[in-house]
Design a protein around this ligand. Structure first.
Ligand code: 5AD
Ligand code: SF4
Length: 461
């Protein structure tokens, strides 16, 4: 799945807001990586909340600090492990604090972590979170300072569909609909860390969304590494999406991530026809050259990818397109990279997440020679970034004077007199505050841009 937010880290609250709720042991979770990890952290909070734990807003005052790690690319892993290293000082100061490492790195690298971070008390991967309350309980009943690591191996491929994640407020929420991935792209570690594809029953998804709507949520993003593989009895992903979009009270539904081999016209049609399904498609292409796509095990060609983009544009008016792309996959030549560059120039994505290839353990590509020099990978990446910055800017400028709507998501952090919100195609907008409230959908005209944020004026309803 894509990391729409490349690294999502929950910001530490300002000191005056730091507090524990209640006297029970307090947990702080720092989340790295994709929205799936964010969603998992909410599930863990629900599990621990039910078991009687409270929550802290910073590691300093927490009794238990969990780092939810990502290892999709080397940089993500290094960042998460860097944060873990920072916690060793905290552990020295307060030896009774429990430090846990969870998420994908915990799943794939438990032995290495044990050796390199001996102060870690607990280490578990995404399929074993249900064991957390039990493991923590064991730790709390052990005499203080008991050495030893609480560790659990893969239990089974867990779904967590009976747990309603803890909603932290706000009008937007993530809902996981399918876990794991069976695609085995040769560069990607996800199938090894998150296991096989498992869809949640549709009823359980609808129950979770209904509960979120009751808490004031208006905008839901359905998550999965490959949402198009979703199946529940005879319902496919388009059915799931439409069922969620039909729930009374919902304003906006989005999803992430699609795969070019599985995305269906039925889904694109539903996006085009249903006014609550937002016209935004994140469809990673990864490479624009057929030999490299084959080496990546992507199962489509450049030509097929372009066909899908053409049907998306035909079936979904005003669709915004986003993608993921990798430079410097093993053996990629300059001419093959040029195919990637040309595809991006041809499609003109509104947004793109661009990465240089990094070798990941346990992947098939890690058996290939990582033979593109680092400087070449970076130079190719920089060319793509320059291209995309120009295209994104032009795509935004073409929106000026457009009439659209925004969903009010909060107060602008930069100016308390402005609301911040997003257009249906996910462009950030600020609007002078007036009598609207959070969660309202307001008709606006986009007037100007500062960076990537639009300034808008309200239109009368
Ligand atoms: N190196 C670089 N980028 C990668 N991605 C996944 N694995 C790797 C890797 N080994 C990128 C892909 C994917 C996104 C989430 O991360 O583009 O779609
Ligand atoms: Fe996405 Fe491929 Fe990784 Fe699956 S294996 S999560 S499809 S990049």
């Amino acid at each position: 799945m894509s990391e729409f937010v490349t690294i999502e880290t929950e910001p530490n609250a300002p000191a005056k807001q730091r507090q524990k709720s209640g006297n029970n042991p307090a947990v702080f979770i720092q989340t790295y990586g994709c929205q799936m990890n964010v969603s998992d952290s909410r599930t863990i909070e629900a599990l621990l909340g039910e078991a009687g734990y409270s929550f802290a807003d910073s590691p300093d005052i927490a009794d238990i600090v969990l780092i939810n790690t990502c290892m999709i690319r080397e940089t993500a892993e290094v960042r998460a492990l860097g944060q873990l290293a920072n916690l060793s000082a905290l552990k020295k100061q307060s030896p009774h604090k429990i430090i846990g490492i969870i998420g994908c790195v915990a799943q794939a690298k438990r032995t290495e972590i044990l050796k390199s971070h001996p102060y870690v008390d607990l280490i578990i991967g995404p399929d074993a979170y249900r064991k957390l309350p039990l493991l923590l309980e064991e730790r709390f009943i052990s005499p203080p300072g008991t050495p030893g690591l609480l560790e659990t191996t893969l239990v089974r491929e867990e779904l967590y569909d009976d747990i309603l994640p803890r909603h932290r407020g706000g009008v937007s929420a993530f809902v996981t609909i399918i876990r794991g991935c069976d695609k085995f792209c040769t560069f990607c570690v996800v199938p090894r860390t998150r296991g096989r594809e498992r869809s949640r029953p549709l009823v359980s998804i609808l129950r979770e969304v209904e509960q979120l709507l009751a808490q004031g949520v208006k905008d839901v993003m359905l998550l999965g590494q490959n949402v198009d593989s979703y199946r529940s009895e005879d319902h496919d992903f388009a059915d799931c999406m439409t069922a969620v979009a039909n729930l009374p009270g919902i304003e906006r539904v989005r999803y992430m991530t699609s795969h070019p081999t599985e995305i269906s016209d039925k889904l694109l049609q539903a996006m085009g026809e249903h006014e609550r399904i937002m016209p935004y498609l994140h469809l990673p292409f990864q490479a624009g050259n057929n030999r490299i796509l084959e080496l990546m095990n992507r199962h489509y060609t450049r030509e097929r990818y372009l066909e899908i983009i053409a049907s998306a544009r035909k079936l979904v008016p005003d669709i915004a397109l986003s993608t993921d792309v990798i430079t410097g996959f093993p053996t990629e030549t300059d001419a093959e990279f040029q195919d990637t560059f040309d595809l991006m120039e041809q499609v003109r994505f509104d947004t793109a997440f661009m990465f240089k290839y990094s070798e990941r353990p346990l992947t098939r590509a890690s058996k290939m020679k990582d033979d593109v020099p680092e400087a070449v990978k970076i130079a190719r990446l920089e060319r793509l970034i320059d291209l995309q910055q120009r295209i994104s800017k032009e795509s935004n400028e073409a929106q000026i004077n457009r009439e659209t709507t925004i969903l009010i998501e909060g107060t602008s952090p930069k100016d308390k007199k402005q609301w911040s919100g997003r257009t249906p195609d996910f462009r950030p907008v600020v609007l002078p505050r007036s009598s609207e409230k959070l969660g309202d959908v307001v008709p606006v005209r986009l007037q100007s841009l500062t960076g990537f944020t639009f300034h808008a004026e309200r239109l009368s309803q």
